[in-house]
Design a protein around this ligand. Structure first.
Ligand SMILES: [Zn+2]
Length: 175
């Protein structure tokens, strides 16, 4: 089977590889090789369709774990690992959100802005705050941590979630 580097177009011959992440020896680009077989070609079609869709629709993970498991997973997944409070110089309690953005795909992705959404116990969005994470490019399988101090929050915040900026926040939550 012949595989070709997406980036520099160098061709390689391989018999052993079934599928997986390969790294180009010439330019260092990594990408995922999927060996098609007749049996799963339909499956591969759907997988590539999903990959295309998820490249367009960036995904969320929500702090509540049962929701995080059910969230549609895109190439980049933002998840909140900790919600703490700190007190600033003015004596105001501020929420500090920490978490990670993980690239679960085999490609390099640029990291979009993160939107931290605070919601009340019924899931209604109280505030949304956007900030730029430190990494701008995330290698295949790479993880970047973030930590962000929220501006003063209204009372009643029960849920903090991290969304990648390309994702639309459902409007029905905003009533
Ligand atoms: Zn290459």
């Amino acid at each position: 089977m012949k595989i070709k580097c997406d980036f520099c177009k160098t061709e390689y011959n391989t018999d052993s590889l079934t599928s997986g992440v390969v790294k180009c020896a010439v330019c260092g680009h990594t990408w995922t090789v999927v060996r098609p077989t007749r049996k799963n070609s339909l499956l591969m079609f759907f997988a590539s369709l999903c990959a295309l869709l998820s490249a367009i629709i960036f995904t969320v993970a929500v702090i509540t774990h049962h929701q995080a498991k059910n969230a549609v997973r895109g190439p980049l997944v933002a998840s909140v690992s900790g919600v703490n409070t700190t007190t600033d110089e003015g004596g105001q309690t501020r929420i500090v959100v920490t978490g990670t953005i993980e690239n679960i795909s085999g490609d390099i992705y640029g990291v979009p802005d993160l939107i931290i959404v605070s919601a009340d116990e019924k899931g209604r969005v109280l505030t949304q705050q956007k900030f730029m994470p430190s990494a701008t490019l995330l290698d295949a399988g790479g993880v970047v941590k973030f930590s962000h101090v929220l501006s003063p929050q209204p009372a009643g915040v029960k849920k903090i979630s991290a969304h990648l900026a390309d994702l639309q926040i459902p409007q029905k939550d905003k009533k």
